[in-house]
Design a protein around this ligand. Structure first.
Ligand SMILES: CC(C)(COP(=O)(O)OP(=O)(O)OC[C@H]1O[C@@H](n2cnc3c(N)ncnc32)[C@H](O)[C@@H]1OP(=O)(O)O)[C@@H](O)C(=O)NCCC(=O)NCCS
Length: 307
């Protein structure tokens, strides 16, 4: 059994080595995961962290580490978030020993909701399942050059949306949420945050695409540049809020809408698209698979206190 103790500044290099090794492996297995790592930046972030980091040692050798960032949701509920660079482990027993202590600390702080973004590989995500985590979301990427010119079904066209379409964006957002509240997702979703939607639509970097049919809006998508994040390629466009009115589904509308946005994004210098979906939203999962998206990460969740 490894020894678990808190990380000290002297341990930071070994932690950075472990993160670099895992990121390199992930990138070798999946071209959509960027191998670049600013070691100095990561080391500084570990040295400056206020949140504790636990490390696992076999003798003097580091065999794992775990830390989390606690973040409040708009509802006020606080979650502990573990990103791919916040954890490493050699086996499930090591992860279990680390989580036993880290989780106890988070629980003592009143944080029951534990969220993990993990590389979407069985050897990385399955040990979390053993500890009672469940898969909630999947993230994936796509090379924009793989998509051709949009082939619109007759009578449909895309127009740029704006803040004047706030009611429409709210309607589509509620439609998506309402569907995901039903089975098999049974998601508990907070009402759309109007201020956040206003901020998104007013952001000059946001592209709001609205599809019309016979003069009426019947679908939408929102795209914006992905902020630089470790493991993601530069020039990545994030796609979100893709919704087609139920009576217009199955005709290729979403595909054409995204292809037109993809062509526009390429003309603006973007090379990749990135998207996240709820895994129990089987229509979304099938759609993104058919669209050519390659899974990169999974988001796992556990409510720590269970029966
Ligand atoms: C997912 C969604 C956007 C698809 O829109 P759409 O216009 O019907 O999609 P398309 O017609 O372009 O479908 C393209 C391909 O995706 C797949 N697909 C789309 N909907 C599917 C479904 N319900 N079940 C299985 N596969 C589906 C199919 O392979 C389809 O190709 P095919 O028609 O030749 O079989 C639409 O169902 C929707 O708005 N759902 C609710 C909102 C939502 O979940 N959005 C995704 C958020 S991440």
């Amino acid at each position: 059994m490894p020894t678990i103790r808190l990380c000290t500044p002297d341990d930071v290099n070994a932690v950075v080595d472990a993160v670099a090794r895992d990121q390199r492996r992930a990138s070798q297995a999946n071209a959509f995961i960027d191998a670049r790592l600013d070691r100095d930046d990561l080391a500084a972030s570990y040295r400056d962290r206020r949140a504790p980091t636990w490390i696992a040692l076999e003798g003097a050798r580091l065999v794992g580490h775990l830390t989390a960032t606690t973040l409040a949701r708009p509802s006020g509920a606080v979650s502990a978030w573990v990103s791919p660079d916040a954890v490493s482990f050699d086996d499930v027993a090591t992860l279990g020993s680390l989580y036993a202590l880290a989780g106890e600390h988070w629980l003592a702080e009143g944080v029951e909701d534990h969220e993990v973004w993990a590389y979407d590989r069985p050897d990385v995500r399955d040990p979390w399942f053993e500890l009672g985590f469940a898969q909630r979301f999947r993230r994936g990427s796509l090379e924009l050059a793989r998509r051709g010119s949009p082939r619109w079904p007759a009578g449909y066209r895309l127009r740029p949306g704006s803040i004047t379409d706030l009611e429409l964006a709210t309607h589509f957002s509620e439609l998506l949420d309402a569907e995901e509240t039903l089975g098999p997702s049974f998601a508990r979703i907070e009402p759309p945050d109007r201020a956040e939607l206003v901020e998104t639509l007013e952001d000059p970097d946001t592209i709001y695409g609205v599809v019309e049919h016979g003069g009426s809006p019947i679908a939408q998508a929102i795209a914006f540049p992905l902020l630089p994040v470790r493991g993601s390629h530069d020039r990545t466009m994030h796609l979100s809020a893709v919704v087609v009115d139920p009576s217009h589904r199955g005709r290729g509308v979403a595909t054409a809408m995204l292809d037109e946005l993809a062509a526009w994004a390429r003309s603006q210098g973007f090379d990749y698209a990135d998207v996240t979906w709820r895994t129990a939203n089987l229509a979304a999962a099938s759609f993104w698979h058919a669209y050519g998206v390659t899974p990169t990460y999974v988001r796992l969740q556990r409510r720590a206190r269970i029966d």
